[in-house]
Design a protein around this ligand. Structure first.
Ligand code: 0L1
Ligand code: MG
Length: 256
């Protein structure tokens, strides 16, 4: 029987080597979501053991557009490490990924610990700042196809993040216009309200979900609230910019 540790090694190697693998549920159709989160934790542990540092969490599938795009309809979370950070305006090499996509997001910076069942007001009291962001997602599965347990085990497709300028958390970010530009042309348009009705709900969900795994959001952590629109598949040479009304812009270039 395949152990959870072996599955963690499989998804970790796929991410490290940028090599697509078959869905875990092909071999293990009854892989539970709880076991998938255990696989995710073990795969991140392997990264930490290689010297990476945990810098926060990402929430995924927090909008209808995202759920429809991948055919999975549950909110998921994953862990972020410093190796995933791309500097604002920076460049990535597509060869380091399997089939990367980008999506416009909102990010929170924590100033106080947060975990468990909290209200939106309690969640915001723990927030230092809010920023526009781009998430680079990269499913390690062939053809970007997976079931819920697969994507959870694969760290919820987390692959990279670019953060724009931080704003005071007093900005009302509940329903702001968002445009994802590719080579200067609008490719996706939406509103921050697409993130569970208001991105703060994603932060509340993050506090609850990490606590189920004995973890908490720590001061200094980044929380990626989730994609506003469907994700865009990256091609060499593309320049991608996410504009979030009142929060600002964030840019990423793909090497030719
Ligand atoms: O950040 C996300 O919403 C991605 C979650 C996993 C599904 C996907 O890879 O699109
Ligand atoms: Mg995302």
């Amino acid at each position: 029987m395949t152990s959870l540790a072996e599955l963690a090694e499989r998804v970790d190697a796929a991410a490290r080597d940028a090599k697509a693998i078959a869905q875990l549920t092909t071999d293990i159709p009854d892989l539970s979501v709880d076991d998938a989160y255990a696989v995710q934790a073990m795969s991140i542990r392997r990264r930490i053991d290689r010297g990476e540092r945990r810098i926060g969490v990402k929430m995924g599938l927090t909008s209808r557009a995202k759920m429809i795009q991948v055919g999975v309809d549950e909110v998921v979370w994953g862990r972020l490490t410093d190796a995933m950070l791309v500097e604002e305006g920076g460049m990535i090499d597509i060869a380091r990924y399997v089939h990367p996509r980008v999506e416009p997001e909102v990010a929170f910076l924590m100033k106080a610990p947060l975990a468990g069942t909290v209200t939106a007001v309690e969640a915001m009291a723990a927030v230092e700042a809010v920023a526009p962001a781009i998430e680079i997602i990269d499913s390690r599965y062939e053809n970007f196809k997976f079931a819920l347990a697969d994507v959870v085990a694969d760290n919820s497709s987390s692959s990279g993040l670019v953060i724009g300028s931080w704003n005071a958390p007093s900005v009302d970010f509940g329903n702001l216009g968002v445009v994802l530009y590719v080579n200067g042309r609008p490719a996706q348009i939406g509103s921050t309200a697409a993130i569970l009705g208001n991105p703060v709900r994603s932060l509340v969900a993050a506090a609850r979900m990490v606590a189920q795994w004995g973890e908490r959001l720590n001061p200094g952590d980044i929380v990626m609230a989730g994609g506003v629109t469907a994700a865009h598949a990256l091609k060499p040479g593309e320049v991608v910019r996410a504009d979030v009304e009142r929060l600002g812009s964030v840019t990423l270039t793909v090497k030719r």
